[in-house]
Ligand binder design. Sequence first.
Ligand code: PAF
Length: 289
Amino acid sequence: MGQIKIARSAVDLRAALGQLRSRGGKLALVPTMGALHPGHLALVEAARSRARACAVSIFVNPKQFGPGEDLASYPRNEAGDIAQCAERGADLVYVPRLKDFYPAGFASTVSVGGVAEGLCAAFRPQMFSGVATVLTKLFLQVMPNVAVFGEKDYQQLLVIRRLVRDLDFPIEIVGVATVREADGLACSSRNAYLTAPERTIAPELYRTLTSAASYLRQGALAKDVLPAAARALIDRGFTAVDYVELRDAETLAPLATVDRPARLLAAAWLGRARLIDNVPVEPSGSGIG
Ligand code: PAF
């Protein structure tokens, strides 16, 4: 394993990519906002298993945060992140500077429709255009063959697949199953916001989704199960529930019942942490989910 390269500018990035590409084989990119946790490390592993070279980008993208959101307090740990990438065998870490990435006068936005509407977008309207804009730039700068994302951000994963299809990026998008703590809580950089008492409540999000999914799988109606799941989250200590929704696993169209591969998705607040999670729900008898 060679020494990990660190690029902080587009010029450094081009030089480092030239060296990586000269080895031949595929290049995989793992875009992140840093504060890496085991979920990100699983993305790096997946990237390494699919490509000869692996680049990780670390950039807290201001365009996907709305006014009053947690941009200023978003956890940052650049030195620790680079060390973890090196330990996991990444070849390159790209840490662009904000003023270079979005120079003064930057005025372009990439906007995705369809799967980018509703769910999280109903509460964070700027989020997916921010994600699509940053990824369009990262994809054009890095030109990876493969890009890897977590299923924890399920709507984001579908938005990225749509973006890549619509704009003809020749990039294979790989989704990796959510990595969880031993008690079921999905790994997330925002878990760092949880106080000790909140941390004991947080796994209830996954437990509630899992239990609701089992009723849905047996044929229960979404109109009965979803409000009960939202109430259960509040009873168990969540401060507010943005949504608990049953959606088609591909199109994110709302479903009344599980009559095709579906996803049960939720976003809920615990103190200052907005937690999101989702589980697959397959129709009973399909042998999956
Ligand atoms: O999932 C994230 O960490 C971010 O939304 C991403 C995909 C790196 C874009 O900034």
